[in-house]
Structure formats: structure tokens, C-alpha cells
Design a protein around this ligand. Structure first.
Ligand code: ZN
Length: 245
């Protein structure tokens, strides 16, 4: 399962999948969020695919020491295996979003199966955390069916603006340098905790220290969207996201 998971997280898949789907979807209405225009230097770190019994505790320890809150997009199948870690994430003040259940390519599933992916994950999350309202599609793969289900179930779809490909296990330095180079107010950073080992626990600490030195504050995705709502009524659309590929 872990190997499949590893492959599916590819951003390359994301780029090809979303471009292929654009004609079928009505995406240019701010339903899909990948960054936010904000009035101050705030950034949201997001961590996908966990919890993992080794990587997640390492990340939680760093975040606690640095007093930073992030958004974990948990995978239902992993949450089921490590419920105590979801509970700890909540206790530590982090936000929990859904990353679906099995890391399948959701556009390839029937609507009924997509709903099942949402429902199973939501049920597991709800036994340890508040009602999730944020959803990150596995591999970033979307089509109109997936967006419709997310909307019906009351989820906002959250993508990202910075992807250092930490799941491919580059050096810690590469992950850090990529994030620091790309960081802007309102960025959403994509990181992972679903495999072991990863450079992520170490990289996160260095990223936090360096960006703080540069005047940034770290917020959860929901907090980022609050800043957005207070200052700017609209965010960059999904069409702009696609234009980058
Ligand atoms: Zn993932």
C-alpha cells in the first residue's frame, strides 16, 4: 500500500489530470483554493497522507517545540490504524482535514464510491476531531464529480501553491530551499507524513525558523481563509492554478 501511495502523490499526475479535466468542470468560481491573498505575512503548512506511527510523532514534536499549528490532511486508512495520533494532533491544536480514505484517484471512481471515500474518512476523523470542512484530493486529482461531492458534503477543496516534493525523499536542504524560495504571503505549503523516512520533520523546523526570521506567521488553512475573508473577498481562481502548468 505504501508503495502505491508513494507513486500516487506525484504532482506530475496532478498536472496531467487537472488539465485533462478542465473542460468538464466549472472551476472558475473560487471553489478551489490553492493560495490566498492576505494583508500580512502569513503562511499555512499542510501535511498529507498520515498519520504514520514514526513520521507523525517526529513532526508533532517539532511543531510543539516551535509552537506552530498546521493542517493535517489525513488519509482515512492510516487514521484508522493510528487513531491516537489523530487525537494528539487535535490536542496539540492542529486542524484536521480529509484526504479521502484509500488514496485512490477519485476521478476514476463512481460518484457512489467517491461518497464512500468521504464518508468513511469523515467517520474516523469525527471520533477524534471536530467535523472536517477542508478536503484535499489525493494526488490533487479533481473532476466535476469530485468537486460536486465535496460541495454537497460541505467541504472546501484545498490544493497548494508550494510543493517541494518531500515525499520523493530529496535532501532536507532541497526541501527547505525550495519552500524558502517560493514563500509568499498567503502560500499553502504541501508536505507529507505518510512514509518513513522523510526529510520533512527536520525540514519543517528549519523552514519555520527561517520564515519567522523573515517576519512570517504560521496559520492553519482555516485561519488563512479567515484572513482572506477579512481583507479580500476573492481568491485566485483555479483557472490561474491551471495556467501554471
Ligand atoms: Zn496524498
Amino acid at each position: 500500500m505504501k508503495k502505491i501511495h508513494f507513486i500516487l502523490c506525484s504532482c506530475f499526475i496532478l498536472a496531467t489530470a487537472v488539465i485533462g479535466e478542465i473542460a468538464q468542470t466549472k472551476l472558475d468560481n473560487n471553489q478551489i483554493i490553492y493560495q490566498a491573498q492576505v494583508p500580512r505575512k502569513v503562511i499555512a503548512l499542510t501535511i498529507d497522507d498520515g498519520p504514520h506511527y514514526k513520521t507523525t510523532p517526529e513532526i508533532l514534536e517539532v511543531l510543539k517545540a516551535k509552537q506552530v499549528k498546521v493542517t493535517f490532511f489525513v488519509l482515512g486508512i492510516n487514521a484508522e490504524q493510528s487513531p491516537a495520533l489523530i487525537a494528539q494532533e487535535v490536542r496539540d491544536g492542529h486542524e484536521i482535514g480529509s484526504h479521502a480514505y484509500s488514496h485512490s484517484s477519485l476521478p476514476a471512481l463512481t460518484k457512489k464510491n467517491i461518497e464512500e471515500e468521504f464518508n468513511k474518512t469523515e467517520k474516523i476523523i469525527l471520533s477524534h476531531a471536530p467535523q472536517p470542512v477542508l478536503f484535499r484530493p489525493p494526488g490533487g486529482m479533481l473532476n466535476s464529480k469530485v468537486i460536486e461531492v465535496a460541495e454537497q458534503k460541505g467541504y472546501k477543496v484545498i490544493l497548494w501553491s508550494i510543493d517541494p516534493h518531500d515525499w520523493q525523499r530529496p535532501s532536507t536542504e532541497k526541501v527547505v530551499n525550495f519552500v524558502l524560495k517560493e514563500a509568499k504571503p498567503g502560500s499553502i505549503v504541501l508536505l507529507h507524513d505518510g512514509q518513513y523516512p522523510l526529510p520533512t520533520p527536520q525540514a519543517i523546523g528549519t523552514i519555520i525558523d527561517a520564515l519567522r526570521k523573515d517576519g512570517y506567521e504560521f496559520v492553519t488553512v482555516s485561519e488563512l481563509l479567515q484572513y482572506k475573508q477579512e481583507a479580500y473577498p476573492s481568491i485566485t481562481s483555479f483557472k490561474d492554478f491551471l495556467n501554471r502548468y
